[in-house]
Design a protein around this ligand. Structure first.
Ligand SMILES: Cc1ncc(COP(=O)(O)O)c(C=O)c1O
Length: 410
């Protein structure tokens, strides 16, 4: 065998990325039928172009001639960029407290580690915190890649059943906690459900983790994976968790909010109230180095520092959301009401045979040139995900295809 057994098993097994495969099939179908005849809802690649402020910042950074601008830097990133990310985190997490004030203490540059996207940030954090055999909890539905990121560093992802409305099932959390539990991942707004977990739900989670910590001496980290934080609807926002729980870490990126997924820029923000904050930050920095990322991309760090707080109009995602919910509703498909992101999580309609198999339904949709991702990949069989970050025209044109596909399915 030319490659490692574990990698071979993962890359060829059922856990291999179904979404990437769909994306590639979509490109193939477009060649055959033409762009406008294929309804490719497979991948969360934002279709909004970066706003003017981002383009301007890119030009300014490109025109900078300061000596050493392309050189190595401290592994954690440029200090002024980390300071800007600290300011951003303080705003999002509602923090203003001075050093030593505990929960509520504001971040400074020293609490930030720049990373290669949220994916790089997650890998650095897991490398930093996991001992072999440690467990990481995640409520379903969840981002497909978490399992790989956790096992990359000797950990085991343990999935938690959700309640009917896909909130976090606190009883399931309680049952799953044990002495090996290192962390729980919270992704809000959620990919694939578009759900924002409520303050009540999050407070209940904190209570359970604190009780567990008190009895075992190990307080699991809450890892807040927040690349979609800015894309929320109807004035809703994800809960600011730093003032509620000290052992919390944000991982995020500029992939979705600034439409820069290819530039691979993100960061880790550690709660200053965290018990071992300095060791944890240093471990994340060291992990970034030894994983071979070394540091986050130099030019885009500077771009982000210039425009992290620029205005971005996400109303077209809201229009797309309305358009897609109209299309699937009229086809008789049920879905989870999205509160953010650009994903719609739908139930597979059951047919006469009582068949709710999401793989079978996604394959059926392909016959109508509709590409979507099966829910099993997100830990939710019987569902499928529509990534509606595509043109409104594509969504409108897909309505008839959805209707026909469902009629033929049931
Ligand atoms: C929930 C979630 N976390 C992390 C990532 C990784 O983001 P990035 O491209 O910034 O690495 C994604 C990407 O789609 C995501 O949906």
């Amino acid at each position: 065998m030319a490659v490692a057994n574990d990698i071979y098993k993962k890359m060829t097994g059922p856990g291999a990325s179904v979404i990437r495969k769909m994306f590639e099939e979509g490109a193939q179908l477009k060649k055959v039928y033409g762009e406008d005849k294929v309804f490719d809802f497979s991948i969360g690649n934002p279709d909004l172009e970066p706003v003017q402020a981002v383009e301007q910042a890119v030009l300014e950074v490109a025109n900078d001639r300061t000596k050493g601008r392309h050189g190595y830097m401290p592994n954690a990133g440029y200090t002024e960029v980390r300071q800007a990310m600290a300011e951003k985190t303080n705003f999002e997490q509602n923090l203003s407290g001075k050093p030593g004030t505990g929960l509520g203490e504001a971040l400074t540059a020293k609490h930030i580690v720049m990373a290669c996207g949220a994916a790089g940030a997650l890998n650095s954090v897991f490398k930093a915190i996991l001992n072999t055999g440690d467990e990481v909890l995640v409520p379903v539905p969840y981002f497909v890649e978490y399992g790989h990121y956790v096992s990359n560093h000797g950990g085991k992802l343990r999935t938690l059943t959700a309640t009917e409305d896909l909130s976090i099932d606190i009883t399931a959390v309680k049952k799953s906690l044990n002495e090996r539990t290192a962390a729980i991942i919270i992704n809000s707004p959620n990919n694939p459900s578009g759900k924002i977990y409520t303050k009540e739900n999050m407070s209940d989670l904190v209570k359970v983790l604190n009780e567990h910590g008190k009895t075992t001496g190990r307080y699991p980290y809450i890892i807040l994976d927040e690349p979609y934080r800015a894309i929320c609807y109807n004035g809703k926002n994800p809960v600011s968790m730093f003032p509620l729980y000290s052992e919390s870490i944000v991982v995020t990126s500029f992939a979705k909010n600034l439409s820069l997924p290819g530039e691979r820029l993100g960061y880790i923000a550690v709660n200053p109230a965290c018990k071992d904050v300095d060791v944890l930050v240093n471990a994340c920095i060291f992990s970034t180095r030894i994983l071979g990322y070394v540091n986050a991309p130099a030019m885009f760090q500077k771009v982000a520092a210039k425009c992290w707080n620029c205005d971005v109009d996400y109303s077209s995602y809201i229009n797309r959301m309305k358009e897609i919910t109209r299309a699937v509703s009229s086809a008789g498909i049920e879905f989870i009401e999205p509160e953010g992101t650009f994903y719609l999580f739908c139930k597979v309609p059951s047919n006469k045979k009582g068949d709710k198999d999401d793989f079978a339904f996604c394959n059926h949709l392909k016959k109508y040139n509709i590409l979507v991702a099966p829910g099993t990949g997100f830990g939710c069989p019987g569902y499928f995900r529509i990534a509606y970050c595509v043109s409104e025209k594509t969504i409108r044109n897909s309505a008839g295809a959805f209707k026909k596909a469902v009629e033929d399915w049931i």
